[in-house]
Write a protein that binds this ligand. Sequence first.
Ligand SMILES: Cc1ncc(COP(=O)(O)O)c(C=O)c1O
Length: 408
Amino acid sequence: MDFIGNVDVKSLATEFGTPLYVYDRQKIRNNYFKLFHAFSKYFNNFKIHFSVKSNSNVHILKEFKELGCGVDCSSPFELLLVLKAGFDPTDIIYTGNYESDEDFALISRYNIKINFDDITSYERFKKYRQPEFVSFRVNPGIGKGGFEGITTGGADAKFGVPYELLPQAYRKAKDDGARYFGVHIMTGSNILEPIYFAEVVEKLFRIVGRMFQELKIKPEYIDIGGGFGIPYTDDENELDIDKTAEVIFEVYQEYCNKFGFGEPQLKIEPGRYLIGNAGYLISKVTGIKKGYKKFVGIDAGMNTLIRPALYGAIHRIKVYGKREATNLVQICGQICENSDILLKNVPFPDIQVGDICIIEDVGAYGFSMASNYNSRPLPVELLVDNGKVKLIRRRQTFEDYIHLMEVD
Ligand SMILES: Cc1ncc(COP(=O)(O)O)c(C=O)c1O
């Protein structure tokens, strides 16, 4: 793991400093092709929308555009970013929640398809214009995610229209003059079992099938969200994506036939699956302490990668040029919080200040969740492609940081 995209990690750390996010362009492309081929084996009519929240660097978005991918946005800035990256409104969908009037004032200026999170969201949007196309996100009353924080369906989830209220929502939209319809579901993220996706799709059809028939709605699309997981540890297996597409298709076909829906477009909104394993966080060992336990301090912490502190997520960490793990350590960041510990009691090589660490699988929900906490600057981002290196975000300087506070 001393090279990423055929580029020596140490040379990157020397040239650009640490902490440093590095994305491997070939891995991103391979992930996309793998997913695309799996679904194209079964579906004639499907579209992949990259989930912008997982990684919103405009250069990364341009990569997905070049691949023919659409995008899913969740905020006005994300929408402006994808427009900046050159996406056509027909390739953009929007799935947010609790949007303000100001949010909708901006979003409504663009002719994009929106998955409304609630009837009240739809009502707020309508103040700006009556959409011709309406889709609601369904909360089916169940959910499952890699952690509680990424479980997005069920009674405790803040997302989606409770399924009992769905007929009311679509009837209202129809009475208001909407002519085209879709439906959205996503009950959790980082799922590694194919069958779960089929179960969710079946649940969705059971909720909307008869209801759409009664309302004489033929959905234009059925959007099953993201959630396609990746292994973060050696103990986890990869999601079998071919099987996933196959089992989704079996249910999809059966129920579309049963309810006479024809062939609505299947939409998926993956983030993690497309870019998670293509991202690495390069960090330097800054201090080693023999406290009650052995602590290895590095210059990447919850400000650069919050997933461990937020969810208890695990990311594998390797050391440049060192393989053999000799002792148990705690690896922590520089933030003044005790939750800023990336790994606890892990076997680690014999380490020295200045060694380079490589944190794996951080392409999704890595930089996009980074912050300036403790007034630490946002890190650099690089895109590497078979020996070539492109700077896609420079390091934040103190001038950048103070600029917004100089309000006079
Ligand atoms: C509406 C929606 N779509 C797509 C995604 C992407 O999920 P994932 O990265 O698990 O594929 C999310 C993540 O939270 C989401 O909320």
